[in-house]
Design a protein around this ligand. Sequence first.
Ligand SMILES: NC(=O)c1ccc[n+]([C@@H]2O[C@H](COP(=O)([O-])OP(=O)(O)OC[C@H]3O[C@@H](n4cnc5c(N)ncnc54)[C@H](OP(=O)(O)O)[C@@H]3O)[C@@H](O)[C@H]2O)c1
Length: 246
Amino acid sequence: MRIAVIGGGNLGSALAKALVKKFDVTVTRRNPKEIEFLKDLGCEVTKDNVEAVKRANVVLITVKKSQINEILEEIPKDRITVSFVAGVKFDQLERTLEKPVKAMTMISAEFGKGFSIYHSKLGDEDNDVVERILSCFGDVMRGDERDVDNLTAFASSLAFIPKIYEALVYSGLRLGYGHEVAKKIALHVLEGGVEMLKSYEPNEIVEKVVTPGGTTIEGLYKLMENRVDFGIMDAISACAKKLERI
Ligand SMILES: NC(=O)c1ccc[n+]([C@@H]2O[C@H](COP(=O)([O-])OP(=O)(O)OC[C@H]3O[C@@H](n4cnc5c(N)ncnc54)[C@H](OP(=O)(O)O)[C@@H]3O)[C@@H](O)[C@H]2O)c1
């Protein structure tokens, strides 16, 4: 099966890297020199959208909202076409395509660590094809259009993780560790935290780490005083509100 990824930018390149391990992949962008590196991984790279979609069984669209209209015109109506473009309505896709799918995923799809939600009105056979493709990016869920839109806001929180990482590294530096050691410890804190969350509830982890009257509870007190949990929820709400305006 050949998949055409239209728009080899940040997301398109990430998806292509995951897909090429299982499928034939063509990636397009107007300036294909920028994605020459994808050729080394086995992808075809071109600026010719029409040729790319003609040869593909399935088309993925990963351009910005302002760029999608001209691309929809170039896609044969009968192709299964999955749009990851934030802010584009399902009925807009339905106006030009017979087999549209509206989906959202995360940039960590590159490593098979994304979570994807898709909405479609396709039959079981076509949905199976869509799920086979999306499963290259990590876990997959089928939902309604609102589920897809909500993931756009929720998954934006991936961009918060580097901020948390940086704050951890700076804290390590304040304590006197060298840069490399501080980075290594910060990554272990994040990786270790995720691994623990797969096996224990948050309160169980806190019980395991916090010694009554010890050091960690002082840090937790400061986090609560600074309303970090509220800040994160407020930030995700801001992403959701912005999505309504783009
Ligand atoms: N980045 C993320 O983490 C992420 C996650 C989920 C969803 N998304 C969605 O994915 C979409 C793309 O986001 P992005 O961050 O990847 O943006 P981006 O890096 O700007 O990628 C868009 C790419 O589309 C290409 N393009 C524009 N017009 C084209 C055309 N007519 N034919 C072929 N290629 C064309 C551009 O390259 P040229 O200028 O060279 O053509 C550009 O590389 C957005 O709608 C966003 O909402 C992004």
